[in-house]
Structure formats: C-alpha cells, structure tokens
Design a protein around this ligand. Sequence first.
Ligand SMILES: [Zn+2]
Length: 485
Amino acid sequence: MAKVERAGGTRRVVVLLLGAVLLQLACGDALKSLRGDGTTKGAPPAPHFKPGFNLFTPEQDIEVGRESAQQIAQQVPLLNDGAVVSYVRGLGAKLAAKAPGYKFPYQFNVVATREINAFALPGGFVFVNAGTIAAAKDEGELAGVMAHEISHVALRHGTNQASKAYLAQRGLGALSQIFGGRETDLGQMVGSIGGLGANMLFLRFGRTAERQADLEGARIMADAGYDPRDMANFFQTLEQQSRERVPEFLSDHPDPGNRIAAINEELPSLNVSKSPLHDTPQFDQVKARLVGGQAGALRASEAPARKGPSDPNNMPDSARPAPPANEWREFRTRDGSFAFQYPANWDGLSAANDESNLIFAPKGAYGELNGSVVVTHGIFIGATAPGASDLGEATATFVQQQIDANPDFRLARKPEQINFNGRAGFVTVVAGPSPITGTIEVDAIYTTATADGRLFYLIAIAPEDEYKTYQPAFNHIIGSLQLAR
Ligand SMILES: [Zn+2]
C-alpha cells in the first residue's frame, strides 16, 4: 500500500488498489481486514491470513452454515458407520483445535459416496467423502484434506464469497445501507444472492482462497503434529487416480499454480515435528472398512450438490452504474494546482478531506465501508508527497505499491512513456479480480511530475468488460487536465 505523507502535515493518506480502490485516512485494522490477504511479513513468517471482506458476522457464518448443512444432509447420503464417523470426528477436532481466528463449532460428517471430495460450509460444517478416506494413503494425507477445509472455514471464505456476490448484485449502494444502520438483514442478504442457491456460493473458491487454505492448512497440520508434505502427497495421489475417476476435489479446488511447490516453500517457516505423524492403526482400520466391507454401501451421488458460481463468469451481473454522461462539469482545486472536466453524472468525493486525493465516480460505483471509500468505476486523482526520485522511479515505486497491496493484481502493461498534455508522463496498467465484485478490474495509472516535485497520478478504474464504455470518458478527463506549471 502506498502511504502518502503530506508535506508538513501529520495526516497520512493510504492509497490502496484493491481490485476496487480503497482510500483510507489512516492505516488501520479495518484496512487490513479488507485486504483479503493479510500475509504477515517478517522473518520467517508462518503463513497466516486474515479473513477478507465480509458482510456477515462470525455468528451469522454459523447460522447460514447450519442451514446449508441441513439442506446438504437432505441431498447427499451421510455415512452411518459409527467407527468411521467417530474416527473422522476425532481427527477433525484435533486439527480444528489449531485453527486460527474465531472459534467456530467445527462439526465433521462423512458423505457415503465414492467421489474423492471434501467441502466445508461457513461456521464449521465440514463434510468428507468416504472416497477421500479410501483414496488417502495414510492419516497424514487425510489430515491434509481436512486441514485445508478447516482453513476455508477459519478464513471465512464462504461468506466472503457470498458477500462479494451480494455486492455484485446489489451494487455498492448496498454498503451504506448495511453499514450505516448496522442492520444486517441476513435472510434478505442470503435470499437475494440465493437465486442460485446460497450453498453454491459457499463451496467454490478462487485461487487466492485455495492458496490460503493450502498454506494455512499446512500450518494447522504442522501444529497438530503432522507433516504438511502429506497434503502435497495427497494432491499427487489425486493426480494418479484421476485416470480412473473424476477427482471432484480437484475440480472443486482449481489448481492454484503449483500447490505442492508452494507448500514445500512454506516448510521452513512451519513448526514441523522432527517425527511427524504419518499413519495410525486407526486410519488403517477405517480405510479397510471402506475399501472392504463398506465399499459396496457407497454409491456415486446421482446429483452433485454443487456446481457453479464461484467462477466469476457465473456470477450474477453486477448492478452496473449508469454509463458516463456526455456532458461535462469542471473541477478546479482551490489552490489552482490542477483542473479537469468530468462526466456530469459523476460525483466528486474528497477522500482525505482535502484536495490532494480525490475520487470522481458515478452513483453506485462508490461506497463507504468501515470508514474507507470503495470505488469500482471512476477515477482516483491526486498527488503524493514531494520525493527525490525521478519520474520513472517514482512511477515504478507507486505502481509496485499498488500491486503489493493485492497479490491478485498483476502488471498488465509495463510503464510506457506518454506525452501527458505536454508533460513527460507514464501510463501503466494493472489488473486483477476485484474483491468487491469478483470480476476482473483494469486500472490504468497515469503519472507525471508536478511543478513542485510531487508525483501526480490519475487512476482510471473500470471492470474489464466495461472498459470500452469508460475509455472515452477517461480520455476526455485526461485531455482536459490542466496542471500548474
Ligand atoms: Zn479448497
């Protein structure tokens, strides 16, 4: 994140590109909780993530998770074998004791089907398919799958997903309603996203969530006395078995890059026992029951309980703000440092209560969330504190700060020199999935130097699939920009 210190002032302005752009007056916990990926940095850090943006309280996670679990229990056959179920519950409790964050009432059930799968609902309702137990080579591998699922619960990925879907459908206007009145009408919230079935939302996650669940799960394993490499081994086991049957766990868990390598990379930071637990006689007995006698009782579930909507392409269309008007208003700072024209149907907002950091955006494209201003369409314009570095360096630093603030964002186009209304300037493009709407967002960052040696920036923000609609307005704004000489 870019901490922008005002010359001679004490106020700090934190500028964050977060899919949506977040502006906050001070660097605080609220901001971190919005990052969705609060990797702590230091030497050597164990993986540890803070739950992302969420409209639900942890208590509501339990409430919606319980409802979903009841629905699922009617849709899938649950295993009635006391020996197997109590073994899985014991293993689950051992792992859940090492889960971070809110102490959810973790519950474990075994689904009596052959598919290799496991899933977790918000609030701690974890389901492990019998096929997973049968496929695991040892207890460590099964513990790996379960620790991964526990991590989805602890990191609240399900309700994070549901929160994004809710906003995508309702638009940012919903934020002020929700947070303004502290009125979280859960039924309405879930109902409004539930056109697709709320369960669907809770069960499939993006790459960031999967990577977090792998790494947090590896930490849980280590802390519970297991070897995180067994989680990686299970991914290999799945690959080997995938020729015979569809590995559901893989299809529900998109391969986030090289998962095995990522786990191995984290090993030095983990508290792995010198003699970690790989196998137990109890596991072997349970597996023998499933592979032998019980196997006949298992069936392939006829109707998979889920498909769908975590893929952003399957998300409901967002409540899109009105396209930019073709009429213009002029904005001029009181000190005359810069002026420009913007679409007449956009609002101007002062994020820092001064004129050095401003937002111009259409209604429905900005909102307030925990004291931060969130923007999905529009511009973000301002200047940083005076710096010694040259324009190229200052631009590279500024852009890198934006990317660092969100690991899902990537440099889409390297800084290119442009003529910025007669000044030397750069345009750089970064893009990534918006944590607010779940769709790919493109942010074009225009930079130049001000007469008094500051970095002037204009960030043009729009979802990728709407960028064409916004490009003419962005061009007009840039063309109309006047900077003091
Ligand atoms: Zn997962």
